[in-house]
Design a protein around this ligand. Structure first.
Ligand code: PGA
Length: 246
């Protein structure tokens, strides 16, 4: 694994955008795996700025988002489809028909999961998967205890995640309790992975994920098994690391 420690969130966005822009030159159509949450926003802002200036060009890019809440309409301002349109897709030259977010409104989520996996496979897999990390070490909505071989499926959110995400909702009771998420196995199939993190509240789980044992109790520790995973983390999120990383 590579660990890149950056000064602040803007720097994180620039480094992450560099990694993606460089990799995009190698392949068409390029397939990006995307994440929601507050962490990747500086990355999306940087990619929007670059797209509106000199590139990269997203006209043939295909995207797959990690996850979606169960039960929220795409027009709900806390749905992940809404987030992606607002924060990224509406501002770049991407074909919206090539942007995929799991459908959390389907009566048959199991089928949605299978179809999502087929769609990712059908296009030849994800080139670069962007991840955030929960304070409990989750990636996507793979909560602690998720199988390291899990695939796209419906999951129940932990109290920890509901409480973390309640800051975006009017009331904690409004946070959905279920979601559909790519599995850890799905994520690990990507050719490259970058995990972005900022803030001292993530420091403990980041140190455990990077330097601790691989365990389903800390889903992000599974990145240790990936041949091309890069962590881009701010200094305050890196304070608990003991080993030397460059
Ligand atoms: P955050 O969420 O970026 O809003 O901190 C990250 C996550 O839960 O994966």
């Amino acid at each position: 694994m590579k660990v890149i420690i950056v000064s602040d969130k803007n720097h994180m966005g620039q480094v992450a955008a560099d990694l993606i822009e460089t990799d995009m030159k190698n392949k068409t159509p390029y397939v990006l795996g995307l994440a929601t949450g507050s962490t990747p926003i500086p990355l999306y802002q940087e990619l929007i700025r670059r797209n509106q200036e000199t590139g990269p060009d997203f006209s043939t890019t295909v995207t797959f988002n990690l996850d979606e809440y169960v039960g929220l309409e795409a027009t709900h301002d806390q749905s992940y489809r809404y987030f992606m349109n607002q924060e990224f897709f509406d501002h770049i030259n991407i074909n919206k028909d090539s942007t995929f977010v799991p459908n959390g409104l389907s009566e048959n989520i199991e089928e949605v999961g299978k179809d999502y996996e087929k769609a990712i496979c059908g296009i030849g897999g994800i080139d670069y998967q962007v991840l955030g990390i929960g304070t409990n070490g989750h990636i996507g909505f793979n909560e602690p205890g998720s199988s390291l071989a899990s695939r796209t499926r419906k999951v129940r959110l932990t109290e920890n995640t509901i409480s973390d995400n309640s800051r975006f909702f009017e009331r904690k009771e409004d946070v959905p309790t279920e979601a559909i998420t790519m599995g850890i196995g799905t994520i690990l199939d990507a050719r490259k992975i970058m995990l972005l993190a900022s803030g001292s509240n993530k420091a403990e789980t980041i140190a455990k994920s990077i330097e601790g044992p691989i365990t389903a109790t800390i889903p992000a520790s599974s990145l240790q098994m990936h041949p091309d995973a890069t962590w881009v983390i701010t200094e305050d999120a890196a304070v608990n690391l003991q080993l030397e990383w460059d």
